[in-house]
Design a protein around this ligand. Sequence first.
Ligand code: SF4
Length: 407
Amino acid sequence: MKKFPRSAYVHIPFCHRRCFYCDFAVIPLGNKIESLNGNGSKTVKEYLNFLNKEILSIKHKSPLSTIYIGGGTPSILNPLQINDLINLFRENYRIDYGAEITMEVDPASFNEEDLHGFIKAGINRFSLGAQSFNNQILDQAGRRHSRQDIEKSCFWLKRAYEVGLIKSWSLDLIQNLPSSGFEQWQEDLEKSLSFRPPHISIYDLTIESGTVFKKLVDLGKLSLPNDDESFKNSEITNSILKKSGYSRYEISNYSLPGHQSRHNRVYWSGLGWWSFGQGSTSSPWGEKFTRPRISKDYKKWVTEQCEIKLDPSLLNQENIYKELDEKIMLGMRLKEGINIYKLINEQNWDDKKSKISLKILLKEWDRFIESGHLIKRGNRFFLSDPKGMELSNPILVSMFRWWEKVS
Ligand code: SF4
């Protein structure tokens, strides 16, 4: 029986301005939104029309068990617009009872009344992009919000969670931002824990080309923690969060029991998902497809592909299995790791090829087991925590080299 995706990602590309480290597909709107009394600017309304068309273009719409509204800054939309979006899925796809419906929110882009409006619209999990509690660090990163904004947002979210209005919420931080030393980072962690968010995501800063940070790095004007300092930060993150009852279920994600992100697990577990909106990537049948990142091109694509000829990524095809290297890479991010024997069996290789390929890979991995980066338990291989989780790159590089040889 054909399995249809049960998860949908929706991309809302609007932000007030572009942060200095960000290379996402975003449209900076300045204060245009506020000046229109929250009803949404013309740009936003126009985008939502195209987004709706794209969402409706899927032929076999099956009930969804997770929806994730990300961005950009989805909280730039008003509760009515979020309500319309969720209703579109409710009426055309149906939403499972108990589905996880997440929305990313940015401090200073919503108030408590908006939050209740989003909840009324059907959102039951929020992800708050705090990044740091230090005003100077936030400023240097080009963020628009302050520590006070985060504190208010955390307080509203905590209260909504405690009275049962939402199922969960996540606080997101960025590790190794410029000027964030060891003491400062510990302060950020302690402050975050004072709100007891059920889920915490810790992303490592990466310097992407085309960003303000990249220009500053090239000019030698950005002071970033070196490898040893970064490792020390990761170690303390791991130890503080674990002592506080959080489990690291994925390289960048920690949760209290029962609060893992169901939607994100779909990405890491290799299950299919729909994706809608400018610059977003879907993988309904295993093969990835990214929509145009530029507004004009995205609208043209929606018009051409959804109204005239459906793009293959929107057609229902037989499931195309992910390549083995991608399955290993994604599976290794998770605490439970992978069963390499099972994955190789699924390759439909003949016996000889399976045995030889497995032997070469296991030989490669022996040295990581010896160094304590990789753990073997029964048929499963997983990264040790924190050593392997922090230094997973050499393991993945050796696996990709192996894959090039055997594929
Ligand atoms: S708010 Fe998020 S998506 Fe928007 S520019 Fe900043 S980092 Fe990028």
